[in-house]
Design a protein around this ligand. Sequence first.
Ligand SMILES: NC(=O)c1ccc[n+]([C@@H]2O[C@H](COP(=O)([O-])OP(=O)(O)OC[C@H]3O[C@@H](n4cnc5c(N)ncnc54)[C@H](OP(=O)(O)O)[C@@H]3O)[C@@H](O)[C@H]2O)c1
Length: 328
Amino acid sequence: MGGRGSVRDAVVLITGASSGIGRATALAFAADGARLVLASRSGEALAEVERDCRARGGQVLVVPTDITDPAAVERLARLAVRRFGRIDVWVEGVAVGIAGPLGSESVDEIRRLVDTNVFGTVLCARAALATFRAQGDGILVVVGSLLSLLPNPMVPLYSMTKFAVRGLALNLQQAVAGHPRIRVCLVLPGPVDTPFFERAANHTGHQLRAIPPAYAPERLAAAILACARRPRRLVTTGVVAHLALVAHRVAPHTTESLVARWSAAFLTKPASAAPGPGSLFDPPPTGAVHGGHRRGRLRRRLGERLGIAQARRGERARVARDGNSRIR
Ligand SMILES: NC(=O)c1ccc[n+]([C@@H]2O[C@H](COP(=O)([O-])OP(=O)(O)OC[C@H]3O[C@@H](n4cnc5c(N)ncnc54)[C@H](OP(=O)(O)O)[C@@H]3O)[C@@H](O)[C@H]2O)c1
């Protein structure tokens, strides 16, 4: 595994498939004929995604799973292999957030955040790599964040967990270095227009929003699809995110300071909001791809179209390069 290929018929397991980037990724893989295993806590929200994926022609297995539960994650991997015989790509798209200065959150919220973003991600990585080792190939796509590298003092604990996720991915890339057919890709999105901001625990006193300029989730879905076709160690998308990564390499302290100020200032709207745990502990019954944070219908349509076009272009380039072979 780990070769260049089509995702048609590939078995793709996506955690966090009920919302945002994970949901957009499920739809993108379904449109390319992948066989999907969709996981998140809410069975109801997953049923919506299942319906939309089937409408695009994808085969789907839904496994409601809380990734903080070790037995549930083992069961997820087991059911995927039992149904489809293997897992070609495992996309880790789960995270929860807490917004507010350190000390505003409850201790239970800190535990839940670390449990989900770090412990849950580790459990998924263990299950994915165990499956890949047993079958001899596979691609793990870990979704980190620009906040895996850069600070935002308005979400200090979330950023801390994303640093940990990046650390895990870098270590796993070295751990699988002797297995050319097992690959670990790290995706570092900048701000993305998803429901994440309504779902986060919020202690800022104000409503949250995706920090501008937020990208369409379809752009990230296209980047993840590209990792499945042609694995890369580090992927981001969008001019701002690329610029931030380059600037951080050249002038780390100045970049950290600028990004911290910008992202803390623009994470909140003027409108006030009562403090609350968001969906840290309990999932909302329905989900969506978009968070509605990008202004202007034209801009929203363009971003989504661009993401879909990127996914299509990647497939055309692959066919021109490799012919029509399957992902393996
Ligand atoms: N949005 C951004 O601006 C942004 C920027 C950089 C990086 N990212 C990263 O991108 C990834 C996806 O974020 P997103 O914006 O798409 O967020 P999102 O819309 O809030 O989706 C998060 C997903 O995680 C699932 N989830 C939460 N807790 C879970 C648990 N314990 N077990 C299983 N599933 C759980 C949710 O479903 P249920 O509630 O049904 O469980 C949902 O499907 C995350 O890793 C995030 O850190 C996002």
